[in-house]
Design a binder for this molecule. Structure first.
Ligand code: 5GP
Length: 209
């Protein structure tokens, strides 16, 4: 297939605004499919099964691992999170650009299985701004905020493995830039291997006539 979709992984610190960016990207542009992960954590107020996540028991999650139904999975703060295989492969085959919003361990596993995947990391303009955003949500205790900032410091360790850093200062600008990067990725040689192979085969046949 020539127009296979791009596989894009989006990671970022908690509080960097990934959720808002994803929502805006899907609202604004047509060609995206957001993968819904399975998790063993409990739903937060307002979250629905099958919309934010597939909320499953630990037993069910372990069955999914054994059956090879997850492309990757990771443990994050005492819970399992994983990406269902079937949806991602089907959507890419249908030409959709698939977005995985996952943390860094998962992102690296994706890159080793799908070297053509595009890894994007969303950051706030500064550490002070990150603290400000976490504080102004008003929903987290000082202790939770401190832990999130510590976690950000740990996650900052592997950022060099990502292809692009997106600074989320203004959502509009950041979404436009994200869309542009993903669309440009379609033309990368690594995403055109089948096209190149087909071209070679055709040239071979034509040159024999
Ligand atoms: P939360 O519990 O706040 O929804 O998510 C916690 C972290 O897990 C976030 O960094 C989120 O991106 C990540 N995450 C969500 N789904 C997956 C997944 O399928 N695989 C991995 N590796 N991480 C995930």
């Amino acid at each position: 297939m020539i127009n296979k979709g791009v596989l894009a992984v989006v990671s970022g610190f908690s509080g960097a605004g990934k959720g808002t960016l994803m929502k805006a990207l899907l609202e604004r542009y047509d060609n995206y499919a957001l993968s819904i992960s399975a998790t063993t954590r409990s739903p937060r107020p307002g979250e629905a099964d099958g919309r934010e996540y597939f909320f499953v028991s630990r037993e069910r999650f372990e069955e999914m691992i054994k059956a090879g139904q997850l492309i990757e999975y990771a443990r994050y703060v005492e819970n399992y999170y994983g990406t269902p295989r079937e949806y991602v492969i089907n959507q890419m085959d249908a030409g959709k650009d698939v977005i995985l919003e996952i943390e860094i361990q998962g992102a690296l596993k994706i890159k080793s299985q799908f070297p053509q995947a595009l890894l994007l990391f969303v950051m706030p303009p500064s550490a002070a701004e990150l603290r400000e955003r976490l504080t102004s949500r008003g929903t987290e205790t000082a202790e939770v905020i401190k832990n999130r900032l510590k976690r950000a410091l740990e996650e900052a360790e592997g950022i060099e493995n990502y292809d692009y850093i997106l600074i989320n200062d203004k959502v509009e600008d950041c979404v436009r830039q994200m869309h542009q990067i993903i669309q440009d990725h379609h033309s990368r040689t690594c995403n055109r291997l089948e096209f190149i192979e087909n071209m070679r085969t055709e040239l071979h046949q034509i040159s024999k006539r």
